[in-house]
Design a protein around this ligand. Structure first.
Ligand code: 5RP
Length: 261
């Protein structure tokens, strides 16, 4: 029996909601005081699940957004809004929750469908634990299988043509500058005043090898591609959240400790 579009949409929302409530139940401990909140439609349910715990649990907690959307969610839920820029050096968030566009079997992620990837990576990397919350459509054996729009890459506008050239040289099929939201001409402009390039690559190999490299018959591993993309002049940040050979990358916990679907 095939499901209608309406039934499918309901299923997706139910999946996001259940995943969010379970993630909050498992990872938001009452003793926590600093919590990161990511962006997108799934974190709406994360904030709902947190608010449902009531002030007895949440009143001692401060919440750190990744952008204006999560800022509004935190405020609307009556939670204490704080900013990562004010988090003193040496301090970390206890946990950060965020959505994803795609999650592979090794919990590497593609993020940035909402153009907040740079702040999202900073918040995730500032947390002792980063927890990914998504719906069943996002899980795939290898990145690039489910999310076909390409890896979001935040770039300096003046560098965009050179970055597009380099991405093509690296094997990206038809990388393009993300257009503005409906009704807005030109490129989308991020909260950082930069542009987003979406770069589709053939599905990536998991980062299980001992050496990153661009061998593998022209198919990139997650690690090797991430290393190469971030080195392109003009690239500010990339939407690959990954771990090296099963380890967290040195810059922080950008790979989640758990993913909920
Ligand atoms: C925004 C993101 C989001 O987490 C990602 O796009 C998932 O969004 P949604 O929960 O709406 O499916 O990375 O930059």
């Amino acid at each position: 029996m095939s499901t209608t579009a309406e039934e499918q949409a309901k299923l997706v929302e139910t999946s996001k909601r259940l995943a969010a409530y379970q993630a909050v139940k498992d990872y938001l401990l009452p003793e926590y005081t600093r919590v990161g909140i990511g962006s997108g439609s799934t974190v709406v349910y994360v904030v709902e699940a947190i608010a449902a715990l009531g002030p007895a649990v949440t009143s001692k907690m401060a919440f750190y957004p990744t952008g204006s959307q999560s800022e509004e969610l935190i405020e609307a839920a009556g939670l204490d809004l704080q900013y990562i820029s004010k988090l003193p050096a040496g301090r970390q968030l206890d946990v950060a929750f965020d959505g994803a566009d795609e999650v592979d079997d090794d919990l590497n992620l593609i993020k940035g469908g909402g153009a907040c990837l740079w702040q999202e990576k900073i918040v995730a990397a500032s947390a002792k634990q980063f927890v990914c919350v998504a719906d069943f459509r996002k899980l795939s054996p290898s990145l690039g299988t489910a999310w076909k729009k390409g890896i979001p890459i935040e770039v300096l506008p003046m560098a965009a043509p050179r970055v597009l050239d380099e991405l093509q040289r690296m094997g990206s099929q038809n990388p393009r500058i993300r257009p503005g939201l409906p009704g807005k001409a030109g490129a989308i402009v991020t909260d950082n005043g930069l542009w987003i390039i979406d770069a589709p690559f053939a599905p990536l190999l998991l980062s299980k090898g001992t050496e990153p490299g661009d061998g593998n018959n022209g198919v990139w591993t997650v690690d090797a591609l991430a290393d190469a993309l971030i080195k392109i002049p003009g690239v500010a940040e990339i939407g690959l959240f990954y771990g090296k050979n099963g380890l967290q990358v040195a810059s922080g916990a950008q790979k989640p400790v758990a993913a909920y679907f």
